[in-house]
Write a protein that binds this ligand. Structure first.
Ligand code: FMN
Length: 170
C-alpha cells in the first residue's frame, strides 16, 4: 500500500474477527513503535501486548473500551523519560506516546489489520489489572486485530474539516 492509501483508507475498527494476528505482523507493528521519534530520543515507551486469554478477560467494559479485540496494546511511558518542554512546560511524554501509538496504528492498517485508538479507560484500573508499575504513565490503548466482515467506519469517520479551517498559510 502506498502511504497515501494507508492514510486515506484507515478508519477506527470497533468490531473484530477472531482470526489470529500473525506473529510476524505483530512484530512489524511493534517495530514501527520502536522506530517512532521521541523527544530528545528518550524512547520512554513501554508497550504491553495483552493477548493471552487470561489477561484479555481481565479487561472490563466498565473501565476500558476494548471491543473484544484479539490483542490490546497498552502504551505507557516511563515517567523518568518523559521530557518536559523547556518553554511551554508541556509534558512531551504524552506526545511521544501519541506518536508511538499512531505509527503502530498506521503500520497495522498497512498490513491489513484494524485498530482503534482508545482514550476511554481508567488508567488506575488498567495499571492494577496488568501489573503496570507506578513509575509508568498509561496513555493509550490500541485494540488490534482483523476487522469483522461486517465492520464499517463509525459515523464520525467521514467528517473532516476542510483545509482552510485548519491551516493558515503565512
Ligand atoms: C486521542 C484519541 C482518543 C480516542 N478515544 C477513543 C475512544 O475512547 N473510543 C473510541 O471508540 N474511539 C476513540 N478514538 C477514535 C476517534 O473517535 C476517531 O479516530 C475519530 O472519530 C475519527 O474516526 P476514524 O478514526 O474512523 O477516522 C480516539 C481517537 C484519538 C486520537
Amino acid at each position: 500500500m502506498q502511504f497515501e492509501d494507508v492514510i486515506n483508507s484507515r478508519y477506527s475498527v470497533r468490531k473484530y474477527s477472531d482470526r489470529p494476528v500473525e506473529e510476524e505482523k505483530l512484530l512489524k507493528i511493534l517495530e514501527a513503535g520502536r522506530l517512532a521519534p521521541t523527544a530528545k530520543n528518550m524512547q520512554g515507551q513501554h508497550v504491553y501486548v495483552v493477548r493471552s486469554p487470561e489477561m484479555r478477560k481481565k479487561f472490563n467494559k466498565d473501565w476500558a473500551m476494548h471491543f473484544d479485540a484479539p490483542i490490546v496494546l497498552i502504551i505507557a511511558m516511563k515517567k523518568e523519560l518523559e521530557w518536559i518542554s523547556h518553554f511551554s512546560k508541556l509534558n512531551r511524554g504524552e506526545t511521544d506516546a501519541a506518536i508511538v501509538t499512531d505509527e503502530m496504528m498506521l503500520q497495522a492498517h498497512a498490513l491489513g489489520l484494524g485498530t482503534c485508538w482508545v482514550g476511554w479507560f481508567d488508567p488506575e484500573k488498567v495499571k492494577e489489572a496488568f501489573y503496570i508499575p507506578d513509575d509508568e504513565t498509561v496513555y493509550n490503548l490500541l485494540p488490534l486485530g482483523y476487522p469483522a466482515d461486517d465492520c464499517r467506519p463509525g459515523p464520525l469517520h467521514d467528517s473532516r474539516k476542510p483545509l482552510d479551517e485548519t491551516v493558515t498559510f503565512l
